[in-house]
Design a protein around this ligand. Structure first.
Ligand code: ADP
Ligand code: MG
Length: 625
């Protein structure tokens, strides 16, 4: 008997869908990119339960004819390329003709679409690749697509979805990558009818301001300098952060020909440009847009991959380095960007480009890599170096607190998903300066807060969170030295693990070993643990490992760069003084001293508030009448 048969299209599509549509964020990305490809200038996205129940994209693009609407859901149906040659002159985001076919294979899709020239539009319903309904209908010009119950017919995938909060975070991240490169388009994003982003059309800096400026503080956008260079092989423009605004979690975006990309090699060029200006664990923010001839990059990549190959990678690396260096070298003489100016207005700063352009345009060759504006300006000193010595304080070795915008960024996301978070005020940060702490007697409140009665008000510390941040700093310092010493367990522990935990364990093996865990796989569903980080003395190592794996799983496999951060965070949380533990005066004083050594004295590394001040004025208000 013959046993081979062809899979029905619906099944083949479902399998293929797994490639393109992995989670609500990837589905949304495809839909929004389609709207942009259709020339939309106004795109509204409505999510329910972070896209799990429903996501709807409404655009004012060119719409589809009745036949095209039906065709659009077939596999390899695209209006964007006709032959493989077209791939080399691609100006659209999509081209594979797979997205809609994939989406309709794993969801219930409803489409309304109408072209400018048509009187009447089309309504189409497709559930699991099966057309349920197609009829003429009157609807607005453009396309309105609803994707309901994603993965309703693929329970395994549905189970794989993370919490709504995590899925929403992924969506917002994906959304940023699109909106930052399409400032000409208006975007709205809501989740469960709550408005998360409302971005009006403007230019790039206006868009950056709308996305990161308002919810943070002015510091973020004021801390950016413009970069620009034009050569035969690439045009580069965008913004990079001043070194003193660098932090642990910076905003780093590369785009090429209007497409978001990751590019570790170009990232190195940027880090090289910042050499000597950053402390070891700091990252600069950047928003860098490359324009190259389409035939010089390989776009024939997997739709969910964000790495892009350049044929002129080496020279572009050098150009990027020189461009960023030049702008950084000039930033202290260039006025800060004013993001309050009118949207779309002409650039208000004009960085003289002569040196870089003169060196590079047309005649760019490898030896130009030696160009270094800093050599020409021996007097140049990174600002954070000179600033640091200005302030006097009774704690000679404490660092200048760096503004906490990078933590605040976490909080806009946290706010969006209903977690705690708020904007920074000047008060807290400076409250402890110019105070002789030896004269202040701290006391503990409710077993979990430390209160310092200062002349300016009541300064509050969340004891667990402050200690967590201190431990986090210590742990990351050890990790920078490559390894945390480990301590052998007398009796190895066997940990039973789910399949997901097992695969995370092997994925994150290197990071876990660096952190001092020693283990080997014991069976397909168990690991044996025989060494733990020495700093964990006496703690429940198994619980900590599970917590680490859960946080890595939440962050997603693509967020590998953050794994060390997550491990440090879990270890710190475990090692920190718990809430509810009574503390002696000496212990409280020591914790306050340690707080003062932190760069960010207001937020924990995961963006939670750890200190605050109740200003004296507020207390006086209570007693005014
Ligand atoms: P691709 O974008 O790779 O061409 P898709 O499956 O995403 O493949 O879309 C198939 C086709 O459907 C597109 O080529 C386009 O012609 C049409 N289409 C999809 N979304 C829209 C939209 N929002 N407005 C107009 N046309 C659209
Ligand atoms: Mg598409």
């Amino acid at each position: 008997m013959d046993i081979i048969h062809l899979l029905p299209d619906s099944v083949a599509n479902q399998i293929a869908a797994g490639e393109v549509i992995q989670r609500p964020a990837s589905c949304l990305k495809e839909l929004v990119e389609n709207s942009l490809d259709a020339g939309a200038t106004d795109i509204k996205v409505l999510l329910y339960d972070s896209g799990r129940t429903m996501m709807q994209v409404i655009d004012n693009g060119k719409g589809m004819s009745e036949t095209d609407a039906r065709m659009a859901f077939e596999r390899h149906a695209t209006s964007k390329i006709k032959s493989a040659d077209d791939l080399f002159a691609l100006h659209t985001m999509g081209f594979r003709g797979e997205a809609l076919a994939s989406i309709c294979a794993v969801a219930q899709v409803e489409l309304l679409t109408c072209r400018e020239e048509d009187e009447i539009g089309t309504r189409l319903e497709i559930h699991g690749s099966e057309v349920k309904l197609q009829e003429p209908c009157s609807c607005a010009k453009g396309t309105n697509i609803k994707v309901k119950n994603l993965f309703y017919n693929v329970p395994a995938r549905r189970r794989f979805l993370k919490t709504d909060a995590t899925e929403l975070r992924n969506i917002i991240q994906e959304f940023y990558r699109i909106v930052l490169v399409n400032p000409q388009c208006r975007f709205c994003l809501t989740n469960n009818d709550e408005l998360l982003l409302d971005l009006t059309a403007g230019n790039i800096k206006h868009r950056i301001e709308q996305v990161f400026g308002k919810s943070l503080n002015k510091q973020f956008t004021a801390g950016l300098v413009e970069i620009k260079s034009e050569t035969d092989i690439v045009e580069i423009h965008g913004f990079v952060g001043k070194p003193e605004f660098a932090g642990k979690q910076a905003q780093q975006y590369f785009f090429v020909n209007n497409r978001y990309m990751r590019h570790p090699y170009f990232h190195k060029a940027i880090m090289t440009a910042y050499q000597g200006m950053l402390q070891p664990d700091q990252q600069p923010s950047y928003f860098i847009y490359f324009d190259v001839r389409p035939e010089t990059i390989d776009v024939n990549i997997h739709p969910t991959k964000t790495e892009i190959k350049f044929s002129d990678e080496q020279p572009i690396w050098q150009i990027l380095l020189a461009t960023v260096r030049e702008s950084l070298g000039k930033f202290n003489v260039v006025p800060s960007l004013d993001f309050d100016s009118e949207a779309g207005s002409a650039s208000i700063i004009d960085i003289p480009q002569t040196a870089t352009r003169g060196e590079m345009s047309g005649s760019f060759t490898q030896h130009d890599s030696g160009y270094n504006p800093f050599n020409e300006k021996n007097s140049y000193q990174p600002q954070w170096v000179s600033n640091n010595s200005n302030r006097t304080s009774s704690y000679a070795d404490r660092k200048q607190p760096v503004q906490g915008w990078e933590k605040l960024y976490d909080n806009i996301i946290a706010n969006a998903i209903g977690k705690e978070g708020e904007e920074s005020g000047e008060g807290e940060r400076d409250a402890l300066f110019d105070v002789d702490l030896s004269q202040i007697v701290p006391f503990q409140l409710a077993g979990k807060y430390i209160v310092l009665p200062l002349p300016t008000g009541l300064f509050l510390l969340h004891q667990h969170r402050v200690h967590l941040s201190v431990m986090y700093e210590n742990i990351t310092a050890m990790l920078r030295q490559k390894r945390i010493p480990s301590q052998q367990l007398l009796f190895p522990e066997v940990i039973d693990m789910s399949a997901e935990e097992c695969s995370l364990m092997s994925e994150a093996e290197e990071e876990l070993r660096q952190s001092g865990f020693e283990f080997s796989q014991f069976s397909p569903s168990a690991y044996s643990l025989f060494g733990i980080p020495a700093i964990m003395d006496g703690h429940d190592a198994v619980a900590v490992i599970r917590r680490i794996l859960a946080s890595i799983s939440d962050a997603g496999l693509s967020a590998r760069a953050t794994w060390q951060h997550l491990i440090a965070l879990s270890l710190a949380a475990d090692a920190a003084i718990p809430s509810g533990k009574p503390m002696s005066e000496a212990e409280m004083r020591s914790l306050v001293e340690q707080l003062l050594t932190l760069d960010n004295q207001k937020f924990t590394p995961d963006g939670k508030q750890m200190t605050s001040i109740i200003p004296l004025q507020d207390i006086e208000k209570i007693f005014r009448v």
